[in-house]
Design a binder for this molecule. Structure first.
Ligand code: FAD
Length: 252
């Protein structure tokens, strides 16, 4: 049975099963829990209560807009603009003849956004920080609606937890929140689920399966975490101090 729109919580473990609550009323005794509840995983925090989530010095505004006139002005290739002092970028990706995805990355110690996060506050933040940039950026900022603009407040785990505990196993952001500069969040979540599925299908002992899964995936994730932190350091530097010719994503 698949339950949609249910909030899942972990109550604890008894007799080799995990006790799960759906919407605070239905209790399930689970043989296996594959936790994929995202970077702030409630299940992970229930199990690893001492974990430390740290705010990352970079946050993002991400927006997708429908505007045929603006989309008509943009080539299909990805465009990214950097402030010469570092810590501020604007990226543009045309998704279709009428749809544009744009985002900005900002150093939270230098650029402050009103934490009400209303559409008006987000627009004001964009006008304050980007209005005198390239005219294409000004026209996008002014021509955008902000109802669906998203503030990505970025957090990372100070130290990775194990990827499993008893019969609960974590995949995707629940196992390993990755900072945006890696560009590896979706790919890593897919690779986790593929690897875990293959191993579960072998039908071996659960602890052995989870241990192999962790062994297979953790080393790659640690590389992305290290690369992500290095890319963050670069982003915060003025352009003339940033190393040249580095690929702006993490790769193994
Ligand atoms: C604005 C933004 C832009 C991004 N851009 C990129 C990008 O360009 N490239 C990239 O690779 N990655 C990007 N990422 C990261 C990417 O979205 C994640 O790495 C990816 O979605 C992880 O997938 P996931 O399934 O592990 O977690 P999620 O996609 O976060 O899914 C977790 C799901 O669990 C649900 N959930 C949470 N708690 C509970 C609960 N208690 N009970 C039930 N359900 C629950 C949530 O509602 C959500 O649907 C971006 C993230 C953001 C926020």
């Amino acid at each position: 049975k698949i339950s949609y729109n249910s909030t899942v919580a972990l109550n604890g473990f008894s007799e080799g099963k995990a006790e799960i609550t759906l919407d605070e009323n239905t209790i399930l005794e689970a043989d296996v829990v594959v936790a994929s509840d995202g970077s702030r995983s409630r299940i992970r925090r229930t199990i690893f209560q001492d974990e430390i989530m740290k705010a990352v010095l970079e946050n993002e505004v991400v927006n997708i807009i429908e505007n045929e006139e603006l989309a008509g002005k943009i080539e299909s290739n990805f465009l990214k603009f950097h402030h010469e002092n570092g810590g501020l970028t604007f990226g543009i990706l045309k998704l279709s003849s009428s749809k544009i995805l744009w985002y900005c990355q900002f150093d939270i110690t230098k650029h402050f956004i009103n934490e009400d996060y209303t559409p008006d506050c987000i627009k004001q933040f964009m006008l304050d920080n980007f209005d005198n940039w390239n005219p294409l950026i000004s026209s996008i900022i002014e021509g955008s609606g902000y109802e669906n603009a998203h503030i990505w407040r970025v957090y990372e785990l100070e130290k990775l937890n194990p990827f499993y505990h008893q019969n609960v196993v974590f995949i995707g952001d629940a196992a390993h929140p990755l900072i945006p500069f890696t560009s590896q969040g979706v790919t890593s979540a897919l690779k986790d689920s593929f690897t875990l599925t293959q191993l579960l299908a072998e039908g071996n002992d659960l602890q052995e399966t989870f241990s192999k899964y962790e062994e297979d995936r953790k080393s790659e994730i640690e590389i992305h975490i290290k690369n992500g932190r290095a890319l963050l350091e670069q982003f915060l530097l003025p352009l003339n101090e940033q190393p040249k010719n580095t690929l702006p994503i993490s790769y193994k």
